[in-house]
Design a protein around this ligand. Sequence first.
Ligand code: DC
Length: 242
Amino acid sequence: MNESHEIIDSPKIIVAIDGYSSSGKSTMARELAKRVGYIYIDSGAMYRAVTLYALRHHLFNADGSVKKAELLPHLNQMNITFQPQAGEDGVQHTLLNGEDVEKEIREMEVSNHVSPIAEIGEVRERMVALQKEFGIHKGIVMDGRDIGTTVFPEAELKVFVYASPHERARRRWKELQQKGVDIPFEDVLKNVEERDRIDTTRAVSPLAKAEDAIELDNGAVTHEEQMEWLMKRFQEATEGKA
Ligand code: DC
C-alpha cells in the first residue's frame, strides 16, 4: 500500500487553517483537500457572500457602517453553499441562494465592506452554525480566522499562517492583476492593513492563534515547501487517529 492510500484509509479528521487575509492559506487549504480527497470550505467566502447580499439590498450607510437592524431579518434568507466540484478555473465556486457569485465576492467593493459585516455577532453565529454543519462528517479542510478557536476547537490539525502585510498585499495585487483588475499596489496594501486591524481587534471571535495550532511563516517558503510541510503535518495528525 502506498503512502497516499494510507492517508485516505485513515479515519477522517478536521483540518483548520487560520491566518491573516491573503496569507496564502486558501491556496494551501484547497490543495490539501484535493490531494487527500476532503471537502474544502473557504469560510471567508461566506462572509463575502453576506456582504454582497447587503450591498445589493442597500444595507450599508454612506459612512460604510452596516444597517444592522435591517440586515438581521435577512440572515435566515441567505443560503450560502459551494459547488461540489471545482470549476474550470480550479476553484470551488460560492453560491448565494443558488446563484454563482464567486467573481463578484472577490471584487474590491466587497473586500472594502466585508470587515464590518464580519464584526456582527449575529452574522458570525449564523455562519459558524453553517460551518459546523459542513464539518459534521469530518473529512474537511476549512480556512478562515476563527476555525481553530471557535468553529472546530476540536480539530485534529490546526495551522496558523503568518506572512508580512507587504508580502500579502503583493500576492493580492498580483491575483487582481491576473483577473484584469488594475488597482494601485498602495490601495491593496491599505486594504490588507485595515482588515488586519479590524480582524484582530473586533470583539467577537477576533483573529487569534489557537493554543494548539502549529505556526507556519508563509513569507519565507515556496509553494512546494508549504505543501510538503502541510502534507507531513496532515500525515502525523491522521496517524494519531489510526
Ligand atoms: O479570507 P478572506 O479575506 O476572504 O475573508 C474575508 C473577510 O471575512 C475578512 O475581512 C475576515 C472575515 N472572516 C472572518 O471574520 N472569519 C472567518 N472565519 C473568515 C473570514
